[in-house]
Design a protein around this ligand. Structure first.
Ligand SMILES: Cc1cc2nc3c(=O)[nH]c(=O)nc-3n(C[C@H](O)[C@H](O)[C@H](O)COP(=O)(O)OP(=O)(O)OC[C@H]3O[C@@H](n4cnc5c(N)ncnc54)[C@H](O)[C@@H]3O)c2cc1C
Length: 437
């Protein structure tokens, strides 16, 4: 078993941590489907067998770190509470940061936490996603310019390929942001190389509903009216006079015109699975269970009317809890303590898809004699026949969206090609909802 087996089985999201375990033999490159994937730079795949131990989709991991629950007990042992859906945690909140909300994706809590970590010298640097020459990549930030420029989440593939090389050559400690599978890879790295526990004392979890191909950005840019190259795209332009979900995408064209499009124009891009990595269908971690603090959108009726956005917050370590408590005391955060149920409701579709239906997708893969990553038994359950049809169609939509964009990278033509698949998915979903209610 090595990383090429994971890639060939379409089970790689491109976190890139494996490259740091390959003694320079692996590097990340764009593939034909718009994802960043590890490729062999030199030597043989068999020389890189060690790299698979840090892969979040490893089908045969070491027992002590074989899933999110086991890793949680290694890294978040002090957390006071446990919930089957949320994992280990201290407390749950919803709210926003007064200073950082305007420039952020949701409530600006990620930027607030990072800023606080630097101000209080809990860490010396951040390894986060920021702009590089009009696109986005992971990079180091040590307070050189206004931290607001690092705000906002970016839905284009990025990779931790250079993370450990950068960190190894740095004085001081680093906090990192990441989606669930990226953080799992970092925790695995810390397990096998314990000195990184000290070097990386804090992880900010970005709750993720699916890792998108670069095609997603290309599609949105064309939808906004950019023909040809685009840059400095914005995925979450808020409308203070509308609902929090009514945000826009925008991008600069070659003539430096900023073109925008309400996301409602393209319909549901998340629940359908359009442009999503196949590996995401085999991740059961909805709320970044291995982070010190997990952040997402408060997709709840009681917060939806606030177009500026609110964040859901799950603190999982004492340090994270103290940052939030301090923020409340200093009146830097406007934040309510909420029940676990509120957090679970805000991510309900993701729990249904990622946890309840994962067993069905695993069974399909096993029937096809395909490799299956290690998934914790406790999330494996049965789903109803109507939801099963939704699952089959979602898998089809995901696969076809990537296939069609590769062949027809044109907004109108692509929509035409996807139309029947999306109509069938909408029909199956309606039937499922009707029978469920
Ligand atoms: C691919 C993806 C899917 C998502 N799906 C969901 C979902 O289904 N449900 C939900 O509630 N929320 C989801 N989010 C998270 C949501 O969009 C917000 O990012 C989150 O609520 C944090 O908002 P904030 O205002 O606190 O962050 P901000 O204050 O705006 O800061 C964002 C921070 O994240 C860093 N960052 C930007 N892009 C990335 C990236 N790709 N990977 C890692 N770090 C990054 C930035 O450097 C910055 O520090 C998703 C995010 C991504 C990237």
């Amino acid at each position: 078993m090595n990383i090429s087996d994971i890639v060939k089985s379409d089970l790689c999201t491109g976190c890139g941590v494996c490259t740091s375990e390959s003694t320079g033999r692996l590097e990340m490159q764009w593939d034909e489907n718009g994802f960043l994937l590890p490729v062999l730079k030199s030597g043989k795949w068999s020389d890189t067998y060690d790299a698979v131990k840090v892969c979040p989709f490893n089908p045969d991991p070491q027992l002590e770190v074989s899933d999110e629950d086991k890793l949680g007990s290694q890294f978040l042992a002090e957390a006071q509470k446990f919930d089957e859906k949320l994992g280990r945690y201290e407390n749950t909140y919803i709210g926003y940061s007064i200073d950082y909300r305007t420039d952020s994706s949701s409530g600006g809590i990620a930027t607030y936490v990072f800023s606080d970590l630097l101000k209080r010298k809990i860490v010396d640097h951040l390894f986060i996603v920021r702009e590089f020459d009009g696109s986005y990549e992971y990079g180091l930030y040590s307070g050189e310019y206004d931290i607001k420029q690092t705000s906002k989440t970016r839905y284009i593939p990025v990779t931790l390929e250079h993370c450990f090389t950068v960190i190894d050559n740095l004085e001081g400690t680093v906090a990192i942001s990441g989606v669930a599978c990226f953080l799992k890879a970092i925790r695995l790295k810390q397990f096998y190389h314990p000195h990184y526990k000290h070097k990386i004392p804090f992880l900010v979890g970005i709750i993720c509903g699916g890792w998108k191909s670069r095609f997603f950005s290309d599609f949105l840019a064309q939808g906004a009216g950019v023909s040809g190259k685009y840059h400095s795209q914005e995925y979450r332009i808020k409308d203070p006079n509308s609902l929090s979900s009514d945000y826009s995408f925008g991008a600069f064209d070659r003539d430096e015109n900023f073109k925008t499009m309400k996301m409602s124009k393209v319909g549901d891009m998340w629940g359908t699975g359009l442009f999503k990595s196949n590996a995401c269908d085999f991740c059961s971690d909805v709320t970044t269970e291995l982070a010190d603090i997990s952040l997402g959108d408060a997709w709840l009726p009681e917060y939806r009317s606030d177009g500026m956005g609110n964040s859901i917050v799950i603190t999982r370590s004492r340090l994270a809890e103290s940052i939030i408590q301090q923020g409340i005391l200093n009146q830097a955060l406007v934040i309510d303590s909420v029940t676990e149920d509120a957090i679970i409701r805000s991510q309900k579709p993701s729990f249904l898809h990622r946890q309840d239906a994962i067993n069905f997708r695993i069974r399909i893969r096993k029937l096809k004699r395909m490799m299956v990553p290690r998934i914790r038994d406790r999330v494996l359950t049965k789903i109803s026949l109507p939801y099963l049809t939704v699952q089959i169609q979602r898998m089809r939509v995901r696969k076809n969206s990537i296939k069609h964009w590769r062949r027809y990278p044109f907004f109108g033509k692509f929509k035409e090609k996807m139309s029947i698949d999306l109509k069938i998915l909408a029909l199956f979903t309606r039937v499922y909802h009707k029978l469920r209610s």
